[in-house]
Structure formats: structure tokens, C-alpha cells
Design a protein around this ligand. Structure first.
Ligand code: FES
Ligand code: ZN
Length: 338
């Protein structure tokens, strides 16, 4: 096999592109895919401050690496989820990467900052562990970006993640989620712009990139992943891809190009947002989904905490169980983030 670009000996095959690359040209290919994603969706420019949400895995550290190499002003954000040894290893991997690249890393500890961790939220709250995890991530990413004046939040979702999420959203016909499953979501009142620059690259490509670049990432999966529905959808997409290379790209990139506009009216962009009475983040109700979930896990009564003695028990309980979650305007599924 010869490298498509330089005709030297190839080390990686990308079946979807019917191409093979040597290590250097593969790195070039990956950077070009990211550059193309950023440009075609007008994600950010050289002056913008980009907050990269890093989990310590191959995708998010790879994304940070690529953005730094492309010359963007990219800082990292690590959120400590309190998932035992796994979280510790993830923290160390992100710290080591930041130190090596001389890049700014912001660290937030969920328990230290908000009083609970993800395993506790999974046991005590009404959401699944992954849903509580996704909600906490989206909330903290947005909040840190606003507090530190970042222009845009970037996550490491790759093509496999996006294709699996789209499959799940389509199987359930969650048209409002489908409408928001876009590689770039514009900013709106209190919500920072959110982008996915790796959406043109498969998981195999991001893993190969991290390997070639010598990025020391956490290989193990989150130990709480069992039961995550996105995993099943990934398996289904992998089975299709194995028979017909290019299926994932046709499905997701085809959606973005040809079908996303059909669902554009289905999201809740028109719904008015007001500040959460507890934390000030945008929501359509009195309290945002994160504050409600947190109060539930901590056994607190929200209205009281917000200083409203008029609200009785039943009303508070109603608010807590309310399943319209405006703080999840950016949600695409209960899946994993980056
Ligand atoms: Fe880790 Fe869901 S909480 S995969
Ligand atoms: Zn809130």
C-alpha cells in the first residue's frame, strides 16, 4: 500500500476515503478534515478564545492538540466527575498534556464546586447516571465559558458519536434533538456557541491520530458506561460500516448537508429563556435542569433555597420531576461527551 499523498509506504488505511497514508500525511489528512469542519461551519477564527472540554480520552486531547497546531487560541477545561480511579487517571492525563504543550487548563471538581459526584447522582437522582453526567457537563462547560469570557465551547465528538446519536434520535423520532444535532450551534442568550470540529473523523481516525502523535490518553472506557444506549447504536452503525464503508459518513454528513434544514423548525429556539432563580443560567422555567437535579440529589428544596417561603412541598416536587429540560437546549442525547 502506498500513501495517497506522497507515494511513500502507507501505515494507515482509511477505507471510507478509499485511501491510505504514511504517518505524516495521515496527520495532515486529520488536520485538513478539522480545518474543513471549522471553515465550512464557521466555527471560530484565529482571534476567538476556544474552550476545549477535555476528558483525558483520545478524542478531546486529540482535538486540543490539533487546534493548538493549527494556531488557535485553545484552552482546556477538565471537569472532575468523581468516578473513582477513572476520574483520577483522566485528570492526570489532561494535566500532563497541558503541561507538555504549555497550554492553559481550567479544572472544576463537581463535588468541590456543587456538592455531589456522578455516581451519587446516578443513585439518588431520577436520571440515569449518563443523563446526569451529560447534564452536568453541558451546564459546567457553558458556565465556565461564560465566566472566563470564551467565545466558543468545543467538544471532541467524532463521526461515530454523531452517527450513533443521530440513529438513536431518529429511532425515537426526537425531532427537537435532531434539529439541534448540528456541528455548530450558534450562541443565544446566556448560551455560548458550541462546536464539534471532529465530526468528520471516525473513532478509528482519532485513535490513530492520538497514537501517531504520541498522546498519552486514558484508554479505558468510563466504568459506568454499561447500559448506555449510545453504545448499542454504535454497535449497529459499526455492523453497517463493516459491510459498506462510508455508511456513517453518508448518514451523518448527509444529514447535515441535506436533511438538517428540514428539522430546523422543530427545536425550541423560539422559546423564551429567563435566568434560573438559583444560578442565573438560562431556562424556560423558574429553575434550570441542573439546579433541579442537584437539589434532588442533595435532598434540598429549591424554592426555599432561593428564598421563596410561599412555595409548598408539592410545587417543589413538581418542579423537580418536570422533564422539560431547557438547560439542555444543546443536548443531543444522554450520551457521552467527548
Ligand atoms: Fe460515564 Fe455514562 S457516566 S459513560
Ligand atoms: Zn440553575
Amino acid at each position: 500500500m502506498k500513501c495517497k499523498r506522497c507515494s511513500g509506504p502507507a501505515v494507515v488505511e482509511v477505507r471510507r476515503h478509499n485511501a491510505a497514508f504514511c504517518a505524516d500525511c495521515f496527520v495532515h489528512h486529520v488536520r485538513e478534515q478539522v480545518r474543513r469542519a471549522i471553515k465550512s461551519h464557521d466555527m471560530f477564527g484565529p482571534e476567538d478564545r476556544v474552550l476545549v472540554c477535555v476528558s483525558g480520552g483520545k478524542d478531546s486531547l486529540g482535538l486540543w492538540d490539533i487546534l493548538l497546531d493549527l494556531g488557535f487560541r485553545a484552552s482546556g477545561l477538565y471537569l472532575g466527575l468523581g468516578i473513582g480511579e477513572y476520574s483520577e487517571r483522566s485528570r492526570l492525563a489532561t494535566r500532563a498534556f497541558a503541561a507538555q504543550r504549555g497550554a492553559e487548563l481550567i479544572e472544576v471538581d463537581l463535588r468541590g464546586e456543587y456538592g455531589f459526584d456522578i455516581p451519587t447522582a446516578g443513585k439518588k437522582g431520577s436520571r440515569s447516571t449518563c443523563a446526569a453526567c451529560g447534564l452536568s457537563k453541558r451546564y459546567v462547560f457553558n458556565r465556565v465559558a461564560l465566566d472566563h469570557g470564551f467565545d466558543v465551547v468545543a467538544t471532541g465528538h467524532n463521526l461515530d458519536d454523531e452517527a450513533a446519536t443521530l440513529l438513536g434520535n431518529t429511532l425515537r423520532w426526537q425531532t427537537d434533538y435532531i434539529a439541534r444535532q448540528h456541528p455548530a450551534l450558534p450562541e443565544r442568550e446566556g448560551m455560548v456557541k458550541k462546536v464539534k470540529p471532529l465530526h468528520r473523523l471516525s473513532e478509528l481516525e482519532t485513535a490513530t491520530y492520538a497514537f501517531i502523535r504520541g498522546i498519552d490518553y486514558v484508554v479505558e472506557e468510563c466504568p459506568l458506561v454499561a447500559g448506555n444506549t449510545q453504545l448499542r447504536h454504535k454497535e449497529a452503525m459499526n455492523a453497517l460500516e463493516a459491510r459498506s464503508p462510508g455508511t456513517k459518513a453518508q448518514f451523518f454528513l448527509g444529514f447535515v448537508e441535506k436533511a438538517a434544514s428540514v428539522f430546523a423548525g422543530e427545536d425550541r429556539q423560539g422559546v423564551a429563556l429567563t435566568p434560573c432563580e438559583r444560578c442565573g443560567q438560562p431556562t424556560t422555567g423558574r429553575f434550570c435542569a441542573f439546579c433541579r437535579a442537584r437539589a434532588q440529589v442533595l435532598g434540598e428544596r429549591l424554592a426555599q433555597a432561593a428564598g421563596d417561603p410561599r412555595t409548598d412541598h408539592r410545587q417543589v416536587a413538581g418542579e423537580l420531576s418536570e422533564e422539560v429540560m431547557p438547560a439542555e437546549i444543546y443536548a443531543s442525547s444522554g450520551g457521552r461527551d467527548g
